[in-house]
Design a binder for this molecule. Structure first.
Ligand SMILES: CC(C)[C@H](C(=O)O)[C@@H](O)C(=O)O
Ligand code: SF4
Length: 459
């Protein structure tokens, strides 16, 4: 029977258990952050256990980082979580990239950047956007804190195998359309649960032509469409990205040969397939309180179809029939594990160069990692952003969620490159509108969204 890449990597990691039932998988890499690891370490301590493979475990700090003044953690809970992570990593011998460290950053940015994220691996983290790492041709998914403890203790995890969905994408993006729009459109058109029970492999010419960073954006958000994982076949783009990174395989040629063993046999291996034409895709903007409530920039807000839509309109203070241009923005956020990498900042910088953000707008540009921060400074983006009236911050999750001081005030609409627009996500009473970095940068300048296909600047 034909097998997908997901099936093959899965089968190669099964330790015990029958097909069709939960199986025990070997875990190649566990990433940790300060929010979901404290109880897991506490559990180890209580049971007098150690970390089974510290060399396959890597920790960083991201969610709680105060990006304006990183060493001045005023919030008591945040400080406690970070101090606890540091103490736990010391006690259990786990490598930690703390605040200020060259390798620190959002956990889903640093895995790829360090070469820890590789094709063929099973990668877990106590964080839902772990799906990001699947863009390298790995099985990657988020787990709960009790599972974090299980993996720390045993380097294994019990899992029921999801079904396989293939999303075949063809056609070239119009200028001003990006990977973010592709994944937002898939969720906007198919709903926040279309992927439930599935691992999704993205393939086709459009995907093959994307950079690794764009592929990461797509897999990052599959979880918002309900999927367990996203996965993309590793190719030359992947190999070139991994090669030479700190934790990359010593013998890349042997590794590449091995990774190619995992390729999906043929399309009959998928339980279901969706076709998507990228050539007619427009930039997307979310209007509501989940990522499925999103439309193309040239559409109008839909009539509410259920009570959830009605509630979303009431929360967002928007009216069906209005357009994304009508949203009166007060805040813009460029960052997060979805769109806080160097190529995202490059696009935003290109647009912001010589421009100024709209009067009354607050705009935060927050690199996903220290390495991105360094690179952005080297390229002079920090100056472009500050000259344009933005704040260029230190790396962390920042305004993606209100766990640190970078919050959107109540009643303010925020154009955001992040991945979730839930009620209060960016601060109590804040209203989030998800979009690509180019859309958000342009919106910051205009004070409202515009159809960037009609503006001259596209990076
Ligand atoms: C804090 C963490 C558990 C959470 C997640 O799992 O995704 C966060 O990263 C998020 O994006 O909401
Ligand atoms: S950047 Fe946002 S989505 Fe990503 S890990 Fe941090 S809080 Fe979660």
């Amino acid at each position: 029977m034909a097998q997908t890449m997901f099936d093959k990597i899965w089968n190669n990691h099964v330790i015990t258990g029958e097909p069709g039932e939960p199986q025990l998988l070997y875990v190649d890499l566990q990433l940790l952050h300060e929010v979901t690891s404290p109880q897991a370490f506490e559990g180890l301590r209580e049971n007098n256990r150690r970390v089974r493979r510290p060399d396959r475990t890597f920790a960083t700090m991201d969610h709680d980082v105060p990006t304006e003044d990183i060493f001045n953690v005023k919030d008591v809970i945040a400080r406690k979580q970070m101090e606890t992570l540091k103490a736990n990593c010391e006690e259990f011998g786990v490598h930690l990239a703390p605040i200020g460290d060259e390798n620190q950053g959002i956990v889903h940015a640093i895995g790829p950047q360090l070469g820890l994220t590789q094709p063929g691996k099973v990668i877990v983290c106590g964080d839902s956007h772990t799906s990001t790492h699947g863009s390298f041709g790995a099985i990657a998914f988020g787990i709960g804190t009790s599972e974090v403890e299980h993996v720390l203790a045993t380097q294994t995890i019990w899992q029921a195998k999801p079904k396989n969905m293939g999303i075949r994408v063809h056609g070239k993006f119009q200028p001003g359309v990006y990977a973010k729009d592709l994944i937002m459109a898939l969720i906007g058109q198919n709903g926040v649960d279309f992927g439930t029970g599935y691992a999704i492999e993205f393939f086709g010419e459009t995907i093959e032509n994307l950079s690794m960073e764009e592929r990461m954006t797509i897999c990052n958000m599959v979880i918002e469409g309900g999927a367990k994982s996203g996965i993309i076949r590793p190719d030359q783009t992947t190999f070139d990205y991994v090669r030479g990174r700190e934790y990359a395989p010593q013998d890349m040629d042997a590794a590449i040969a091995h990774w190619q063993d995992y390729y999906t046999d043929d399309e009959s291996a998928f339980d279901t397939i969706i076709d998507f034409d990228a050539s007619t895709l427009a930039p997307y903007v979310s209007w509501g309180t989940n990522p499925g409530m999103a439309i193309a920039i040239d559409e109008t807000f839909p009539e509410p179809k259920d009570i959830n839509d009605e509630k979303a309109y009431a929360y967002e203070k928007l009216t069906p029939g209005d357009k994304p241009e009508d949203i009166d923005l007060g805040f813009a956020f460029i960052g997060s594990c979805t769109n806080g990498r160097i190529s995202d900042l490059a696009i935003a910088a290109e647009i912001m160069k010589g421009q100024h953000i709209h009067e009354g707008m607050t705009t935060l540009v927050v690199p996903a990692s220290r390495a991105v921060w360094n690179e952005a400074k080297q390229r002079g983006y920090d100056k472009i952003f500050t000259d344009a009236g933005c704040e260029f911050r230190e790396p962390g999750c920042s305004t993606c969620l209100g766990m640190n001081p970078d919050r959107v005030p109540a009643g303010v609409h925020c154009a955001s490159t992040s991945n979730r627009n839930f009620e209060g996500r960016q601060g109590a009473g804040s209203m989030t509108h998800l979009a690509s970095p180019a859309m958000v940068a342009t919106a910051a300048i205009n004070g409202h969204f515009v159809d960037i296909r009609k503006t001259p600047v596209h990076a």
